[in-house]
Design a protein around this ligand. Structure first.
Ligand code: SF4
Length: 106
């Protein structure tokens, strides 16, 4: 019996699920690497997050799917995960109504 695959929450996992099985986008280096790309964990030191996010960006810049990913990301509401070589802006706390971070730097 086959079981449906579950997808972890977060845009990188969603992107990975979208990219998996797509002939010219498969093999993206973010697939299976949430430890580099995911948003800062509540208990994580900010310097550790910055370090792993810089490593994720280096992988993005070697990714053959970069252009398509960037195009997709430019229309998506993203959290503080690394997507398409973008290091997310830190969240602004205490500002009600602050819009989600958008991809704006390429
Ligand atoms: S550009 Fe980065 S986030 Fe986008 S598919 Fe490639 S590795 Fe993943």
């Amino acid at each position: 019996m086959r079981h449906a695959r579950t997808v972890e929450p977060g845009p990188v996992s969603l992107l990975a699920a979208i990219l998996e099985g797509t002939a010219d986008l498969s093999g993206a280096p973010c697939i299976g690497r949430p430890e580099l790309f995911d948003a800062r964990r509540p208990d994580e030191d900010a310097d550790d997050t910055a370090f792993r996010h810089r490593a994720a960006v280096r992988l993005c810049h070697r990714c053959t799917a970069f252009t398509r990913c960037r195009d997709w990301a430019s229309t998506a509401d993203l959290d503080e995960s690394v997507v398409a070589g973008r290091i997310p802006d830190p969240p602004i706390h205490g500002k009600p109504g602050h819009p989600p971070n958008k991809v704006s730097r390429f």
